[in-house]
Design a protein around this ligand. Sequence first.
Ligand SMILES: [Zn+2]
Length: 385
Amino acid sequence: MRMNYKYEVFPNKEQIQTLDSWLSICRQQYNSALLDKQRFYQKNKTGLSRTQLQKQQKADKQKIPLLKTVPSQPLQEVFFRLERAYKNFFEGRARYPKIKKYKDYNSLTFTQFGVEKRHVKKKTGEVKVSAVRHAASLDENNHLLISKLGTVYVNFHRPLEGKVKQVTIKRQGHRWFAIFSVERHVNETVEFPVQSTGIDVGIQKFAVLSDGTTVENPKFLLKEEKKLQRAQKKLSRMKKGSNNWKKQLQKVQQLHIKIANQRRDFLHKLSFRLSKTYQFVFVEDLMIRNMVKNRHLAKSIHDAGWGAFGNMLAYKCNNNGGKLVSIKPHYTSQDCSGCDERVKKSLSVRTHVCKSCGAILDRDHNAAINIEKAGLAFLGLCPTA
Ligand SMILES: [Zn+2]
């Protein structure tokens, strides 16, 4: 299975100039190949193939030195893109390929990656194993090493896992990203440190696990959200359309983006950790629907980003060979996790106190244990000590 991991990269000024120039050369190659294909078709009533285009490019390289400034992989990959564009058109998925403008051409793909051991046959007939470094690879400092460009720092905000097959460098506005395409084998047997956990989504806390671990709402997010509230209030007092209003609007929008990014990052890290630790993660089904009845609660859940989190978690568990299982909510916060006695309590009661078995524990912790128990029962599994 192919997976894509995206990270921000930080080329220096000179490297940005180089990348911009490579993009523009690749774009020209794309456009002229598109025109060549059209002309060729008109004349010969048959298509011009990717291999023919590549041959042409090879010949052009001898005449046009500028072409040689671009590493050959992204330069050749241009024709794969064109081929794909035609295929999508013929199979009814897209319109006829168009000439690409500056803003339409923003990425370079290196179709091979890393360092590979190869058997090289020498002139003497002797076969030797030698390491071949592709035009794109990671160096010993985990920086991206690209031939004719140098090393570029990558912000690996979450781990890159699996064998990298190719990398695409992408320009987005003023920022640059590297998208690593990775081959993952989903069915390999994975050792999990712990068999299972139940998760109860909190209100004050982000979540509580059945072993009692509490995941707090990240403080930096609360801080940024307060900042956003203040900025929005300030905006609402300004004259709509005025210069100050426009400036403030931009501030508000930037804060929104920042918060969304930080939240996503937090959720990625948390779901990653959970998917690596537990083979089965149990959550309550319809959690959102049940709680949306209460508007105040709905806001908290929305803020906690539970929906996005559930998706990430399901996806990551799956990729890692585990499973996210949702169970039907059934008095999970009322029933005693120790003896199953029902202990009715309102939402404001934060502690579970059982008179029949003497259990005293945090309300959400009690619920998380019940969720895990229900999940295990559903799968016909036993809890591990
Ligand atoms: Zn009890």
